[in-house]
Design a binder for this molecule. Structure first.
Ligand code: BGC
Length: 766
């Protein structure tokens, strides 16, 4: 098979060369624009519309057509098959040049095979393969699994975001994958929503920076065989769904959309992202997939987006069968295309119905040409015509390389947040010789998080494995609670409670279940939203009963969403939020518990105490807590945005502004001295927030405007510098013009968004 594919690859390139003289589009030295126009001129309408269509791979169809019903297809967004369509049909359409893209192809063999079919088509237009490489190309087996995005966000490490994206791109191309459906640059404002773990958290500025670095890392100049196309998604608003469930309506003011949700997308476009995915949800009454304001007016006209827009899973169909703003699917296709859609994920009916719409004169062929141009432009720029295949011999030399594995470990170390420590951590291995380890996430590959396929056992260090590796002299007793929080065995909980009495220390590893190969059984992840943010099943009981042993009990959480573990916060001596720390997450957790690594991460999301506090974000408006809740939970979060502990301590002083008065277009240099006052080296994430004191429209009580990761040796002091530029002071006025208003601004610098962690100075804009 391998040799056959390589031979086919060679044949394809030979025949491309032979035709060079006549066909401009096959001439790699011709300008891309000329190649696009030449090819477009040769295409039939059917071929053009086919370029705008994306199918799931044939292995995927094979696996799911056996087990799913038609009804399930409509509701299930992870699996798919096409009723009435066989693999043979999909293969034939590929050979006929009627499919422009595939997704959910999980092996290089299948990708090369499908590409070989495309190379048999009349014009030999290569397939572009898309995949959800959200934290590494983890959705396919045998790739490096980095921590999930929320973990990465807690490291506040933009260079790391770039590096992970770069390495992911290399691993993807080594499998003949060209396009990742990432970064997800939604601003997460509801922890009930199961996709928080896929995002970079709740702060527009942090999300923007990490999104931009990811785009740059994936794409490079989009011209080398190590670059992949990035896709910023989901446009827009789905991260603040009305009831917290994925794809439910969003109703947001234009002010909130522009202040909170647009900035990461606009910056992504400016950074060169060449594809964008629209969101499942309707926005203020109009489905995003037929939303001309979003796709045309904002994206293309305001932001000058030159790339192409892809729909999300079945979402053009949902304009008809869910949102009910189109009477049938054909009308839905019409609305979506006329609003600006370029590519259809995924499936049947598109080709024939869109061709009909053009023949009927409803969609001008010129409109189709626009989309096809954008798609072909990417395929040419990425060199897919010259290099449609990947070499299976080289593939595993690139994937899971030592360098990539080391980055996965580094990222886990940097993203795990120490939430509470009364001094018990780092653990003293000499003192705690017998340690009980229990909980659903103690010894499970679930630490890799959503968007991860099962990976080989030897490539995953679970938390139990990590503990045994890091503390070889300690005796760890493991009481297995299974992986499934909903079906925990009370007898196992009782067994752990008993054994806890004999241990010197207990470690409970609790949290959510996120692995998508058990789609129906998860408690967190895509389409897995919750009506509370408590631990599921018997997990609270497990924690409380183990702690009742009287032996010190520490809690490690593995989750994508913030969890309101208030009892544990009040009663346990130490809590660590590991998020989904990736394939080496267990090692990193153990290194942090035993002090080999000094934790430095800070929360990229607020952790509320309970679901009733939602919406709970640090950058709320001034009146939000004017009347605190009369009874029940406090109005304060369990842990605020930007918060995270270390094994050393830091002191902030000498906050100095270069000027106390500036013009509207002026800048202020800010400097602050940060000192490591403890006895361990560490990295402090220094945060700068601003508040506009009086403004013509209400403004948040504070907004993150800059940060720095500052390594500090024990006892060391450094002066950290920031510059406040006019764009950091600007906002949308009553007429929605972006302006800087005269008046006072408070600069706050410190270790978290909580007032008690910030020192302050004021300056005035004249
Ligand atoms: C998700 C997208 C994803 C797509 C393809 C959808 O269900 O919403 O984020 O890219 O599936 O897997």
């Amino acid at each position: 098979m391998k040799n056959m594919l390589i031979a086919m690859g060679l044949m394809a390139s030979v025949c491309i060369q032979a035709d060079n003289g006549k066909q401009i589009y096959k001439d790699a030295s011709a300008p891309v624009r000329d190649r696009v126009e030449d090819l477009l001129g040769r295409m039939t309408l059917e071929e053009k519309v086919g370029q705008m269509n994306q199918f799931v791979g044939i292995e995927h169809i094979r696996a799911n057509s056996a087990v799913m019903t038609e009804e399930e297809l409509r509701n299930n967004t992870a699996n798919a098959f096409y009723p009435g369509v066989t693999e043979a049909d999909v293969e034939r359409w590929t050979e006929e040049g009627l499919i422009g893209s595939f997704l959910h192809v999980l092996t290089i063999e299948e990708a090369n095979y499908l590409q070989s079919l495309a190379m048999k088509s009349r014009l030999q237009i290569p397939i572009i393969f898309g995949i959800d490489a959200i934290h590494g190309n983890a959705h396919a087996p045998d790739n490096t699994v980095y921590p999930t995005n929320i973990n990465l966000a807690c490291s506040f490490d933009t260079e790391l975001a770039y590096r992970i994206a770069r390495q992911t791109a290399k691993e993807m191309r080594a499998m003949n994958m060209h396009w990742t459906f990432n970064p997800n640059v939604e601003v997460a404002r509801d922890p009930r929503w199961g996709r928080v773990g896929e995002t970079f958290g709740e702060d527009p500025y942090l999300v923007t920076l990490l999104g931009v670095e990811s785009v740059k890392g994936y794409q490079g100049d989009l011209n080398s065989p190590e670059d992949v196309l990035a896709c910023i998604k989901h446009f827009v608003g789905g991260s603040q769904p009305i009831n917290g469930t994925n794809g439910s309506p969003t109703d947001l003011s234009e002010r909130t959309i522009r202040e909170v949700f647009f900035p990461p997308f606009e910056a992504g476009v400016k950074a060169g992202a060449m594809s964008l995915m629209t969101a499942h949800n309707e926005l203020n009454g109009i489905p995003c997939h037929s939303n001309e304001w979003l796709m045309q007016e904002v994206l293309r006209e305001e932001w000058k987006f030159p790339g192409f827009v892809v729909s999300d899973w079945m979402d053009i169909e949902h304009i008809h069968d869910l949102h009910a703003t189109a009477e049938n699917i054909k009308e839905a296709f019409y609305q979506s295309i006329m609003a600006g859609m370029d590519m259809h994920m995924h499936g049947v009916h598109w080709n024939e119905m869109v061709v009909e719409l053009v023949r009927e004169g409803r969609i001008p062929e010129a409109r189709i040409d626009e989309s096809v141009r954008r798609i072909l432009d990417i395929k040419f720029r990425m060199g897919l015509f010259e290099q449609p295949f990947a070499d299976p011999e080289q593939s595993m030399k690139i994937r899971l390389s030592a360098e990539h594995r080391a980055t996965a470990l580094e990222a886990a170390r940097n993203g795990i947040v120490l939430l509470k420590n009364d001094g018990i951590l780092p653990l003293d291995a000499a003192k705690y010789k017998n340690v009980l380890v229990t909980g659903i996430n103690a010894d499970d590959a679930n630490i890799m998080g959503d968007w991860t396929a099962p990976q080989k056992e030897e490539n995953v260090i679970t938390i139990l494995k990590g503990l045994r590796q890091v503390a070889p002299g300690t005796y760890f007793t493991f009481v297995d609670q299974g992986w499934d929080p909903r079906n925990m065995d009370p007898a196992k909980v009782a067994e752990a409670a008993e054994k806890a009495k004999d241990a010197d220390l207990n470690i409970v590893v609790a949290g959510e279940y996120m692995m998508r190969f058990r789609w129906e059984d998860r408690t967190d992840g895509e389409d897995t939203d919750r009506s509370d943010i408590d631990l599921v099943g018997l997990q609270n009981e497990l924690i409380e009963r183990v702690a009742a042993s009287g032996k010190p009990t520490i809690l490690v959480l593995v989750s994508g969403r913030p969890l309101g573990v208030e009892w544990a916060a009040d009663n346990l001596p130490a809590i660590v939020e590991a998020w989904a720390p990736g394939m080496y997450g267990g090692q990193a957790v153990a290194e942090i518990l035993y002090g080999e690594v000094n934790p430095s991460a800070k929360l990229a999301v607020t952790i509320p105490r309970s679901v009733g506090q939602i919406q709970m974000i640090y950058n709320h408006k001034p009146s939000q807590y004017f009347h605190p809740y009369a009874a029940g939970k406090l109005s304060t979060p369990l842990w605020p945005f930007g918060y995270g502990l270390s094994y050393t301590t830091y002191q902030y002083d000498d906050l100095t502004l270069s000027s106390k008065e500036i013009a509207k277009d002026g800048t202020v240099d800010v400097s602050v001295r940060v000192t490591n006052t403890g006895s361990r080296d560490g990295v402090e994430i220094v945060q700068l927030y601003l508040r506009d004191v009086y403004s013509s429209v209400t403004r948040p009580v504070k907004e993150l405007k800059d940060f720095a990761r500052v390594p500090l040796k024990a006892g060391e002091s450094k002066v950290v510098n920031f510059t406040i530029t006019p764009d950091k002071l600007a906002f949308y006025d009553q007429k929605m013009n972006r302006i800087v208003e005269p008046g006072d601004f408070i600069v706050m610098v410190g270790a978290s968004s909580a007032d008690e962690d910030l020192i302050k100075e004021t300056f005035t804009v004249k």
